[in-house]
Design a protein around this ligand. Structure first.
Ligand SMILES: C[S@@+](CC[C@H](N)C(=O)[O-])C[C@H]1O[C@@H](n2cnc3c(N)ncnc32)[C@H](O)[C@@H]1O
Length: 237
């Protein structure tokens, strides 16, 4: 664990683009994902602002975006991150929607077995009329949610569902509806121990979404990253 966080992760972030993606890496899905992650991150690593905690990263994102009209969080559990946003965005017209089964992750993620992070079906008790929940699997709740209302921008899309399949579902359905000025936060994007999940979902889908993402902030020694959605013309480095 110490070796991974303190040695392997910083090394790959700094020098990963020089790693030779040989047959061993290609035969091992996580290793291949780590190398892809390192190559993707390298050009951004010296450009983003680093923060000591995910809350500092949220505050940075919030200062970039101004007042979001809509905040969508995928993976709420007991509501720790959602509470931060509800507490720091005071505008009465902002809509907050939390998506979750509240029964934990549906598949194993890294060393965490299926069912980890369960809230035992309990929806967080957040006393604020601006907040509502879509309870169920994302693949079941997103279509009805999108049929019932249009997204409002600027929008914060917060992805904290850990798994490839869950993250892919959100990016495939909500991703094409994002626009310039929106903010996307990944809770586990740069976790080398689970690189085949959130990162790979983003990297696999990015070419099909017709969007450009500019990473603006990351947590020092942590996996969280905030990306700004930029004009299609604002090419990646
Ligand atoms: C790590 S927890 C979220 C933690 C929370 N954002 C926080 O900071 O306290 C991940 C959550 O994602 C939810 N989840 C994962 N995949 C899902 C899916 N396909 N549909 C609905 N919920 C899902 C799990 O139920 C779990 O509550």
């Amino acid at each position: 664990m110490w070796l991974r966080r303190r040695v392997l992760a910083p090394l790959l972030r700094r020098h990963g683009d020089r790693v030779f993606l040989g047959p061993i890496a290609r035969a091992h899905p996580r290793l291949e994902a780590i190398v892809r992650m390192a190559r993707w991150w390298r050009p951004w690593s010296s450009r983003v602002a680093y923060h000591r905690s995910r809350e500092e990263l949220y505050a940075h994102g919030l200062s970039e975006i101004g007042t979001p009209r809509m905040y969508l969080e995928f993976g709420v559990a007991k509501g720790a991150s959602l509470r931060w946003w509800v507490g720091h965005v005071t505008d009465a017209s902002t809509t907050f929607v939390g998506f979750d089964t509240f029964e934990g992750i549906p598949e194993a993620w890294g060393r965490q077995p299926a069912g980890s992070y369960t809230a035992h079906g309990d929806i967080p008790d957040i006393d604020d009329d601006r907040v509502r929940f879509e309870v169920g699997r994302f693949e079941e709740t997103i279509p009805g949610f999108l049929d019932a209302q249009e997204l409002s921008h600027p929008l914060v899309l917060h992805l904290d569902a850990d798994l490839y399949a869950s993250t892919e579902t959100v990016l495939r359905t909500i991703g094409p509806l994002l626009s310039t000025g929106d903010l996307v936060i990944f809770d586990e994007l740069l976790d080398v121990g689970t690189a085949e999940h959130e990162f790979l979902a983003l990297d696999d889908l990015a070419p099909t979404l017709g969007l450009n993402w500019t990473p603006i902030a990351a947590v020092d020694n942590g996996p969280q990253v905030a990306l700004a959605v930029t004009e299609p013309a604002g090419a990646s480095p």
